[in-house]
Design a protein around this ligand. Structure first.
Ligand SMILES: C[S@@+](CC[C@H](N)C(=O)[O-])C[C@H]1O[C@@H](n2cnc3c(N)ncnc32)[C@H](O)[C@@H]1O
Length: 318
């Protein structure tokens, strides 16, 4: 969870002090004017860091933690189907750069992964920057499909994953149920659909920007998660990811999301309506100071923290 787009959960819960309420907007205007001066000086020296930035590398460093995801998927599968079972085939829907697919196949020579995304650009970025780091025999076990996740294919998976709230792009019960039906059909006789979910009063505060310092492949930068609009009547919401660099240049709206803010009970009901026998909620365990441990366990009750992220699994063939 790093951060689901919003946060770096896997490294522990959101640290509230980093959030920037409205008041700092003035500060950002001041920042803008002072950075104007910096911009003028910089022009003489060449392109800004923002102009040179690679948004997929920044995204991966800010909001994805493939090694955590892969460990969690295997643990959840064995918790549901037994410690003597071993998931081999992972299907990563809405895969983007397919970073989780490439991490999955590194874990065992019998593992295979299927990455599905409609957009050829992140798929190509993944081939060039992630697959390229793997041995031929390892990357050959990843199949990328430039395709719609709603399409059912021959090759069945043990786990279908839809992370970073990608399924929130479906805004009606019928549309989300159809996606869950497709995921169910893309699983073998038994398997798990694993999605993440976020919530808590703060995650529904609009016109609120969370920012965090991140150390990426090309040094430190700031990751900004803007909660621009959340309509309480239809739960339609708009979020943006911005990046800010040491030279104060910014990559505005590097990624934007037009989503529906789904709740856990809605998602669980739709998983059952789509054919899953059961749905389970994996909630992050807290340490004695109430801090997130990065370990998740099946729960039916939890504190409504200011902001939280959890996993929801649909079970097939238990
Ligand atoms: C938020 S990104 C998620 C990237 C990655 N899964 C992650 O965990 O960060 C959503 C991705 O879903 C893709 N996408 C949107 N609708 C899709 C669909 N119907 N079928 C396949 N991919 C889709 C977009 O192209 C985009 O790359």
């Amino acid at each position: 969870m790093r951060h689901g787009p919003g946060w770096n959960v896997r490294a522990g819960r959101l640290s509230m002090m980093e959030r920037q309420p409205m008041a700092s907007r003035k500060k950002s205007q001041q920042r803008k004017s002072s950075s104007k001066g910096a911009t003028r000086r910089r022009r003489a020296d060449g392109p800004t860091l923002a102009q040179q930035a690679d948004r997929y590398a920044l995204y991966l460093a800010s909001v994805q933690e493939p090694s955590f995801e892969v460990r969690f998927f295997r643990t959840a599968y064995r918790q549901v189907f037994g410690r003597d079972t071993e998931p081999r085939v992972l299907r990563e829907d809405f895969c983007g750069t397919a970073a989780v697919c490439y991490e999955w196949v590194k874990g065992h020579p019998k593992r295979r992964a299927i990455g599905v995304d409609l957009d050829p650009e992140p798929l190509q970025w993944g081939r060039q920057h992630l697959a390229a780091r793997l041995r031929q025999t390892t990357r050959d076990r990843v199949t990328l499909l430039e395709d719609d996740c709603l399409r059912v294919i021959q090759t069945k998976a043990d786990i279908v994953a839809a992370e970073n709230f990608s399924y929130w792009l479906f805004k009606t019960r019928a549309a989300l149920r159809d996606y869950f039906k497709a995921a169910h059909a893309n699983l073998g006789p038994r398997g798990l659909l694993i999605v993440d979910s976020m919530g808590g009063p703060e995650s529904m505060t609009e016109q609120w920007t969370d920012q965090r310092p991140i150390t990426g492949p090309n040094g430190r930068f700031k990751y900004l998660w803007e909660q621009q609009r959340i309509n309480p009547i239809d739960h339609h919401c708009r979020f943006h990811i911005h990046f800010e660099f040491r030279d104060k240049s910014r990559l505005e709206r590097a990624f934007s999301y037009d989503w529906r803010f789904w709740t856990i009970p809605e998602v669980r009901e739709l998983m059952l309506e789509a054919g899953f026998e059961q749905s389970l909620v994996f909630w992050e365990k807290e340490d004695k100071d109430g801090e997130g441990t990065g370990r998740y366990r099946i729960q039916e009750s939890a504190p409504n923290d200011p902001s939280w992220i959890c996993y929801i699994a649909g079970v097939k063939g238990r």
